[in-house]
Ligand binder design. Structure first.
Ligand code: ADP
Ligand code: MG
Length: 423
């Protein structure tokens, strides 16, 4: 995939209507009150929005939110699958479920952050959206309703894409969190308009794309998290690119078990043992240094207040489970990071959500904060860990897309990036 794409700076947007795809899929309070519990994603979109408005564009912003059922039939089907009684599934409840996924609270918050009025459309491509988009003046911003209220969105329906594109003259994508999906608003529209990236996507392409295509070497990849099965693609792709691969987190126990170690009650994916051995072999063939834990912190239960002790890797007694890398492993991994040109980190080293088992993750974060290397954090939980432990502003780049950054590191083509104009 070509990671070098035209950006908002490469097109003239003065006096033009710009359709801007954002990722405003923010977490909302569970009680349906419409309170946004974290506005990070809205803040992240501000630089591109401000730039476009300053340039004299009229901005038509759009985003998805959650997973609404776009039709009553699909709502009914989902509820039946959940085991709900057919008589209890009403149109009224469906409409309420949609109202809870309205972008109206986002328009309010965005207006507060921008210090200006943000117009809100009652639909995506309906009469209200069309009228408001047509009347929109340079320097003004309109937010369309949740794109997934249209059933054509997730199907990448060309008719829907054409209607969305018809409201604007330029398409700007800044929704990195959604670029791994080929939907009407993330990819389809680009067939009908000149399509470029906003600043958020540009930064993701510069850092992650740069590290994959022409990394400053040595390139060290730190891979952890819970399961091998969810990281196969990443391990496989990085084995082609990296100089060193470090394995930690829950997936390390599948490697350990595959090599004949005792892993007690640790997270183990027995079906993936052969694969783990294959990866070890592939690393050997490719001359990639593959580091596995030499010791581990074990617990007598999966709980924050569990009894814990340190044992050698592969010597975990029954009734115990590994929840973090051990102190010798921490030393080894921190040394491996010294002198790196680039470090890509995906997946925590242990159950960092429990303070007693966050030491390995914290030590690695700390080591990254001290290196001269370009440091890139991908993956939703890894980003959360780095933030929670207070190292966020010490990293070169923390990806804003969980699933998208994983697919990027797997070397997959991202439809929402591939559709943009090459630079
Ligand atoms: P990311 O979202 O960054 O890609 P993952 O989703 O793969 O990361 O993994 C994150 C989760 O892995 C965390 O919730 C963490 O508690 C869990 N985890 C890490 N190490 C272990 C372990 N030894 N046992 C069980 N779970 C673990
Ligand atoms: Mg995760």
């Amino acid at each position: 995939m070509n990671y070098s794409k035209k950006t908002v700076k490469d097109v003239d947007v003065k006096g033009k209507k710009v359709l801007l795809r954002c990722d405003f899929n923010v977490p909302m309070a569970k009680d349906g009150s419409g309170v946004i519990t974290d506005d990070k994603r809205i803040r992240a979109a501000l630089p591109t929005i401000r730039y476009l408005l300053d340039q004299g564009a009229a901005v038509i912003a759009c985003s998805h939110m959650g997973k609404p059922a776009a039709t009553f039939e699909s709502y009914q089907k989902k509820q039946l699958e959940k085991g709900k009684d057919k008589a209890s599934i009403t149109e009224e409840k469906w409409k309420k479920s949609l109202a809870e996924l309205s972008l109206k609270p986002v328009a309010v918050r965005l207006g507060e952050l921008l210090g200006m009025d943000v117009l809100m459309a009652a639909d995506v491509v309906g009469a209200d959206a069309q009228a408001k988009a047509a009347a929109l003046q340079p320097g003004q911003i309109l937010l369309l309703e949740n794109t997934r209220f249209e059933k054509g969105e997730t199907k990448n329906d060309p008719e829907l894409a054409k209607k969305m594109a018809g409201m604007a003259q330029v398409y700007v994508s800044d929704a990195f969190g959604a670029v791994h999906r080929a939907h009407a608003s993330t990819a389809g529209v680009a067939a009908y308009l000149p399509a470029v990236s906003g600043f958020l996507i540009q930064k993701e392409l510069d850092f992650i794309g740069g590290a994959l295509a022409k990394p400053k070497r040595p390139l060290v990849a730190i891979l952890g998290g819970s399961k091998v099965s969810s990281k196969i693609g990443v391990i496989n792709n990085l084995l082609e690119i990296a100089d060193t691969i470090i394995i930690g987190g829950g997936m390390a126990y599948t490697f350990s078990a595959a090599q004949g170690g005792k892993v007690g009650d640790s997270l183990l994916e027995a079906d993936w043992k052969d694969y783990a051995l294959e990866m070890v072999q592939k690393a050997g063939e490719k001359g990639v240094k593959l580091l596995l834990p030499v010791d581990t912190v074990i617990a007598d239960k999966f709980a924050p207040d569990a009894d814990s002790k340190v044992v050698k890797a592969g010597e975990i007694p029954d009734g115990w489970q590994g929840l973090d890398i051990g102190p010798e492993t921490v030393k080894l991994y921190c040394q491996a990071v010294q002198g790196a040109g680039t470090v890509i980190w995906n997946g925590p080293m242990g159950v960092f959500e429990f303070a007693a088992f966050a030491k390995g993750t914290e030590a690695v974060a700390e080591a990254l904060s001290r290196t001269e290397a370009i440091t890139i954090i991908g993956g939703g939980d890894s980003a959360a860990a780095v933030q929670q432990l207070g190292y966020a502003d010490k990293m070169s780049h923390i990806s804003t897309g969980g699933g998208a950054s994983l697919e990027f590191m797997e070397g997959k083509e991202l439809p929402g990036v591939a559709c943009l104009l090459d630079a």
